[in-house]
Design a protein around this ligand. Sequence first.
Ligand SMILES: [Zn+2]
Length: 260
Amino acid sequence: MLESVVSLARQQLGADADKLIAVAPRDARLATWLWDAMALARPEAFGLTVSLRDTTPLSLALRYAQLAAPTLVAPLVLTVPERAALAELRALVVAWTGLNTWTPFEHLVFDPRCLPLAETFAAACTRSGGGVAFTFHPTLDRVALYPQRFIAGFRRQHGLLVAVLMHEETHLAAALAVPGARGLRGSAHPWENAAQLVQHVSYLTLRNGHVPPRSTLAAYLDRFSPRPARFVAAAPRALSVPGLVARAVSAAVAAIAPAD
Ligand SMILES: [Zn+2]
């Protein structure tokens, strides 16, 4: 189980793995090809209960890891103050947005020794500095996943860990607001904008001890987060921070395609 995706594929697929590797692209897409081939050939190794079209390489890697090396994937254990901060921020964002799908979510952390999962995470999330929320996945719809080393890094900056968890929960809550949804409609921008905005508002709230005024938020976003900075600059002047969050989250929900 501690082997790489390539050796795992060789174990699962035998000589077929090398035939596939010979023609597969030499980049992050190789992991995608191998997980798809393994799931097709060995669905039982993944405990698959959904059709392959509803899976992603990362969800397959997570399923495999949970079955084959359950001790290397564990729920994130929060401290008492972190739990309290998360509960408080959830309640605030629920009150601001009216989104009733903000239920407790499962935050999972994986050990880097779980190589197939670590490699697949790296391939799937080259730009993600946080976690991954398994939105639109029928059996992982309440789950977000993080590498262990990220968690330690977030904890070094006060408030950042809980803010990142709020980012992933925004994706999950928005996805669950459209039952059976399978993906995004049109651009993914409103989707990511809402999650980033909630993350930064959460971080500033925890760092400063109160919800920031719009001017403080705008100044912070101008320095650190261009997408929500543009969103805030374009929003009606009368909107306060709760109103901005509500507007961003409803745009994210509107960007989700209902089930076909
Ligand atoms: Zn995101």
